[in-house]
Ligand binder design. Structure first.
Ligand code: PLP
Length: 401
């Protein structure tokens, strides 16, 4: 719509679907038109524990009646508790809480630069990033990802980033100079089209970072927080970064992000060198702890693993049965992508699935993303694949006709 015909007072940053939801329950969203939708996009990996989870609702209501916000100038016990819990079973020793993904990622880059600065090497400040990345929409994070679509019109890209092909260790090593501070990437690219790094590549990144004294930064904003059946995606590779950015699923729908770091990764930071007004406030921390209560309960991660393997095998069959519609399935855990075949546009597939009662979201490289809440059961996968099959049939018929 042109600006003359547009009626909304909301800024024109999204081409929105003409659909309004009024409530959610578990794996389903209910629209104002009375229709029920199977949620297989989870607010783009945000609704990690489903909609209106009773423990989440009760926690938020109880906390809302007690205390919302006090600033980080004071002790916040729930912040201490959540940080401790996030570090307990992970590579990290310290956590900084913020409000969104880009803040976590940009803060992670700041940490890496300060680490070298404090070691007396201020000349080491550049970060190597990879093609196809997405790290958020701030001036630094669009420069880091180097996607021309997101950079256009916003002036010269912020300096300090060297972008190399994803998965290519030689190109990455060639890009290392005396100014390099860090390597930063998503272990599984989300917006780029669900592209998992190979486990060997992740291990080679760790070895190379150690060899050159660089910090390794992972953006697990989309692929972390249980999405792959382990708390963090890199755990599958049996290695660890120095710094990790989290957001999306960590708040289960409450705006929240976090930087996790080893003592080494965070060693450049002293009081006054980084901060946030809202990050880690009592309301957010109560909700964040509630998310972890659910995710650390017996059987939660095992369910993600079991259900995702079940879904994976069904998707393999779906793709094999519908070669004119789908090229392949890829991803890990419940972070899966269906790459559409030549003549099929992923965005059209997303709309057709929506018309058939299922919510998904597109990604780069003509991919339809499946990012269901992590409470999904096999029955929801059956329902999703039935809708995918039906929709694929409709699209195949249309394409042929
Ligand atoms: C969503 C996302 C971001 C940005 O998060 P915001 O909360 O939108 O700022 C960064 N990196 C990855 C991998 C993401 O999926």
């Amino acid at each position: 719509m042109t600006s003359e015909t547009r009626k909304s007072a909301v800024m024109n940053t999204y081409a929105r679907y003409p659909l309004t939801f009024e409530r959610g329950e578990g794996m389903y969203l209910y629209a104002t038109d009375g229709r029920r939708y199977l949620d297989f996009y989870g607010g783009i990996a945000v609704n990690s524990v489903g909609h209106s989870h009773p423990h989440m609702v009760k926690t938020l209501q109880d906390q809302a009646a007690k205390l919302w916000h006090v600033t980080n100038l004071f002790q916040i016990p729930d912040q201490e508790r959540l940080a401790t819990r996030l570090t307990q079973d992970s590579f990290a020793d310290q956590v900084f809480f913020c409000n969104s993904g880009l803040e976590a990622m940009e803060g992670a880059i700041k940490l890496a630069r300060r680490y070298h600065f404090k070691k007396g090497q201020p000349e080491k400040w550049r970060t190597i990033t990879v093609q196809g990345a997405f790290h958020g929409r701030s001036l630094a994070t669009i420069a880091a990802a180097n996607n021309p679509k997101y950079l256009e019109g916003f002036g010269p890209a912020a300096d300090g980033f060297d972008n190399v092909p994803f998965g290519n260790m030689n190109a990455l090593r060639d890009a290392i100079t005396g100014e390099t501070a860090a390597i930063a990437l998503e272990p599984i690219q989300g917006e780029g089209g669900i592209n998992p790094a190979s486990l060997d590549y992740l291990r080679a990144l760790r070895a190379t970072a150690d060899e050159y004294g660089l910090l390794l930064v992972f953006d697990e904003i989309q692929c972390g927080m249980g999405r792959t059946g382990k708390m963090w995606a890199h755990e599958w590779a049996g290695m660890a970064p120095d710094i990790l950015a989290s957001a999306k699923g960590i708040g289960g729908g409450f705006p929240m992000g976090a930087i996790l770091a080893t003592d080494k990764g965070a060693s450049g930071i002293d009081p006054g060198y980084h901060g946030t007004t809202f990050g880690g406030n009592p309301l957010a921390m109560a909700v964040g702890n509630a998310v972890l209560d659910i995710m650390t309960a017996d059987g939660f991660m095992e369910n993600v693993d079991t259900v995702s393997r079940y879904l994976w095998s069904k998707l393999q069959k779906l793709v094999a049965d519908n070669p004119t519609v789908f090229e392949k399935a890829r991803g890990a855990g419940l972070m899966l992508g269906l790459k559409c075949a030549g003549g099929v546009v992923a965005g059209d597939m997303v709309k057709a699935l929506m018309a058939n009662g299922m919510l998904t979201v597109g990604a780069g490289d003509n991919v339809v993303r499946l990012l269901p809440p992590l409470i999904a059961g096999k029955e929801h996968c059956d329902e999703a694949v039935a809708i995918l099959e039906k929709t694929a049939g409709e699209i195949a018929a249309k394409t042929e006709g």
